[in-house]
Design a protein around this ligand. Structure first.
Ligand code: AHR
Length: 660
């Protein structure tokens, strides 16, 4: 034990020394040439990757507080508990009407006699329920009471079991009906639970027992957690990729993501296991399922809300190759191809089409104007190329304008990558999706990766990346400053090559502090709070300073990509007429640089400078210290187009100056 502890410290120190490299010896002159804007930077350049991993959807951004609301988990009463007192008796029978209700077969038949005591059921929520004082909560249940009216009391309890708000509902009639009621919470509680008290004697059939806060994103009923969506909106992302990730593929084909089962009435969306339920032995999540309350309609709506291009990824007849490797025979791909075509109709079709009409019925008659689609997630091998060819031919024949995103496999190099890369290029595919979960050193070394890429081939989508400070799957892989700084250095390379790298997204996006399976992640949350990691602020500095065109930034006539530990890129914003320079100092000492803005007729003397820095590579943000690392902004003045600036040790600096 002691040995491995010492070993891991040693490893960390060696890695940190590599990232926090040698200090710059003397002042460097960085010349930014505003005269000749180069290639356009696509509005899609910096985007986000959403996958329902780490409780990102159920238990996260989807604001439903009741876990297993429709009794469809493998263990139908998971999350529910009989907490009756004083001898009250009750029983729950789980009825399965598979033949008549195939997408939501189960419901609870509850009977009780509470002549003495109180018969109560509680729901524990997702690692508790996050309740906030003075917020309205909307309760609903689909129910029928064929044997006579019954009265139910609903209460929220705090962690000590005291009531912090509630209401009552009378259920009557022998037909299924949605009953609703609202109340305000009297206290804030991150670990609340719901208690249902059944009065008197009676029987009831109940399904979709649900509780949402009213103050969801845009106050949409039964919608998304507003605080979590706000983090996304603040990034001003160019695109949102959804629904993943491996979740697209499924552990096996039966658990792949099928978008058609995620649209329409929420009670008719068929729940399935979440593949991350069982994926990692060190982080089991037996209560992780996909209710699809956040389904494809909601993903498109979210994209529209935050101004991002929607980028759905579809299954191409292949399950996860790390798991079952199941494939659909080539001559049986039709249903999968049809799903792809129908998705385009759902997103873009007229309301006179079958799927366009469903979109309109769900509240969005206007098309979502989807422009691109991914075929498969991290697929590889001949089997992928074979299926991709069929998908590309079919989709392009009907929708030639839809850009296709294709997989370069799970790794940025090696046998799988080397097999796919030339073949995708031969197919003249639109985008190659490269993934790199790599060490901070890898990101530094690869800041030049795209400088020598083929300029005439497919465009690159850096679809999933994150600096991993440990190699193995380990809770110690932190969102620390070391990883964020290395990502920033690498991103200057993406920006410099924005003519071919036209989209990039950090992954994964969200993680619940108790419910996570994979780390690091961009944004962390518990049931009531959330925080952005240092990696988040790096993403934000790039995405909110995107610009419209690349401009050259050189030191001694060469791009600055690691010399003396410094990395730089620059863009012009042709709308605001600003030059935006990003400089990353990975050295462990501050560096003084002179920035010269050449080319433009007039360069303003005033500008702004934002800095993101931290003293130690191990520094992190936490729920208790959410802004330990965050950017600061200050005004700057240039003299004769020149700015002398000190780059703090281990820092990211963004400078904006008007240049007309
Ligand atoms: O981002 C987590 C996982 O990493 C994704 O699901 C998968 O595409 C990759 O392997």
């Amino acid at each position: 034990m002691k040995f491995s502890f010492i070993k891991s410290i040693g490893l960390l120190t060696a890695m940190s020394a590599a990232v926090f490299g040698q200090a710059i010896a003397q002042s460097t002159v960085l010349t930014v040439n505003a005269e000749k804007p180069g290639a356009a930077i696509q509005p899609t350049m910096w985007g986000i990757f959403f996958e329902d991993i780490n409780f990102a959807a159920d238990g996260g951004i989807y604001a439903e507080l009741v876990k297993n609301r429709s009794f469809e988990f493998t263990q139908p009463l998971m999350g529910w508990k009989d907490e009756s007192k004083d001898g009250a008796k009750g029983a729950i029978l789980i009825v399965n009407e598979q033949a008549t209700r195939p997408s939501n077969p189960r419901y609870a038949h509850i009977s009780w006699n509470a002549a003495q005591g109180t018969y109560t059921l509680t729901n524990e929520g997702f690692r508790g329920m996050g309740i906030r004082k003075d917020i309205q909560y909307n309760f609903s249940v689909w129910a029928k009471a064929p044997e006579g009216d019954v009265k139910l009391k609903f209460e929220l309890l705090n962690a000590s079991g005291a009531s912090i708000g509630g209401t009552a509902v009378t259920i009557s009639g022998s037909d299924w009906k949605k009953h609703t009621a609202s109340f305000k919470a009297s206290a804030t509680e991150p670990k609340g639970k719901l208690r249902i008290t059944f009065e008197g004697k009676g029987t009831l059939d109940a399904d979709m027992i649900s509780l949402f806060p009213a103050d969801t994103w845009k106050n949409r009923p039964e919608g998304l957690r507003a605080d979590l969506v706000q983090w996304l909106a603040d990034l001003k992302p160019g695109f949102i990729r959804f629904p993943g990730g491996c979740i697209v593929e499924g552990y096996e084909l039966a658990t792949r993501y099928q978008w058609k089962k995620t649209v329409g009435n929420v009670e008719d969306r068929q729940l399935i296991i979440n593949r991350w339920n069982t994926e990692f032995k060190h982080r089991p999540a037996p209560d992780y399922f996909q209710s699809f309350g956040l389904g494809f309609f909601e993903y498109f709506q979210l994209a529209e809300d935050i101004g991002a291009e929607p980028l759905p990824i579809i299954n191409c007849g292949m399950a996860c190759q790390f798991n079952s490797s199941e494939v659909v025979p080539l001559d049986q791909l039709d249903p999968y191809l049809q799903d792809a075509l129908d998705l385009i109709e759902f997103a873009n079709g007229g309301t006179d089409t079958r799927w366009g009409k469903l979109r309109a019925d769900m509240g969005h008659p206007a098309p979502f104007d989807m422009k691109m689609m991914g075929v498969g997630n991290e697929q590889w091998g001949e089997q992928y190329i074979d299926r991709l060819k069929v998908f590309a031919k079919t989709i392009k024949a009907k929708y030639p304008q839809i850009k296709l995103i294709t997989s370069a496999g799970p790794f940025p190099d090696g046998e799988l990558f080397d097999y796919l890369n030339p073949r995708l290029r031969d197919l003249h595919i639109d985008f190659i999706d490269e993934h790199y979960y790599r060490s901070p050193e890898w990101f530094l070394t690869n800041a030049k990766r795209y400088d020598s890429y083929d300029r005439n081939g497919p465009k690159i989508f850096a679809g999933e990346y994150a600096g991993h400070t440990q190699r193995k799957v380990d809770p110690d892989k932190k969102n620390n400053w070391e990883s964020a700084l290395a990502e920033a250095a690498f991103m200057t390379g993406l920006e410099r090559n924005a003519d071919i790298v036209q989209m990039a997204s950090y992954a994964p996006l969200f993680a619940h502090v108790e419910g996570w399976q994979w780390a690091p992640d961009l944004i962390w949350f518990d049931n009531v709070q959330s925080f952005g990691t240092p990696n988040y602020y790096v993403q934000k500095l790039f995405s909110t300073n995107r610009g419209t065109h690349i401009i050259p930034v050189t030191a001694a006539n060469k791009p600055l990509a690691g010399e003396n530990g410094i990395y730089a890129s620059a863009v012009m914003d042709s709308k605001t007429r600003e030059v935006i320079i990003k400089v990353v100092n990975t050295g462990e000492k501050e560096a003084t640089i002179d920035i010269l803005v050449s080319g433009a007729k007039n360069v303003s003397a005033a500008g702004t400078l934002s800095v993101l820095k931290s003293a130690s590579p191990e520094d992190i943000n936490t729920l208790d210290d959410p802004f330990h690392i965050k950017p600061t902004e200050q005004a700057i003045s240039l003299k004769s187009r020149k700015l002398k600036t000190v780059l703090p040790a281990a820092s990211v600096t963004v400078i904006r100056v008007k240049a007309l």
